[in-house]
Design a protein around this ligand. Structure first.
Ligand code: ZN
Length: 138
């Protein structure tokens, strides 16, 4: 069995953002040379997510509104976590949007559904953060 590891780095100019990282994961898969296996993609930070959904602007706006309704950023004093930090909301948003996704690798391609794309969800940006891509198979 082969194994391949790569880190993807991101720095979003805004506090919150959704980035379609499917092309970067496809590139990692092609670099791995793996034809049949599994690709794990996970955020390496506790205020960011990796998830699979549609690359559609309205949906991303709906995610933003839904997450702000569940865990509004302000007032910062709302969160017990915000003693030395102001990112209590970002931890909660990450939790509901998930840490990672696993995608099947078939015939050297990501075996995604017709509208499925892989996203990096940033909830406390404006600094360099990483995503891990780990691919195993043969
Ligand atoms: Zn924190």
């Amino acid at each position: 069995m082969k194994s391949f590891r790569k880190e993807l780095w991101f720095e979003t100019p805004a506090r919150r953002a959704f980035l379609n990282i499917t092309p970067q994961v496809e590139l990692a898969l092609s670099e791995s040379g793996i034809i049949e296996g599994l690709a794990l993609v996970n955020a390496m930070h506790i205020t960011a997510s990796v998830f699979v959904n549609d690359d559609e602007r309205g949906l991303h706006s709906d995610f933003e509104k839904w997450l702000e309704g569940l865990a509004p950023e302000k007032p910062h004093s709302r969160y017990a976590h915000n003693v030395a930090e102001d990112n209590g909301d970002a931890h909660l948003k990450r939790q509901i949007m998930g840490r990672e996704t696993v995608v099947a690798v078939t015939g050297g391609r990501l075996d995604l559904g017709p509208w499925e794309q892989i996203f990096y969800g940033e909830f406390d940006g404006r600094r360099r953060k990483r995503v891990l891509v780990k691919i195993i198979g043969e």
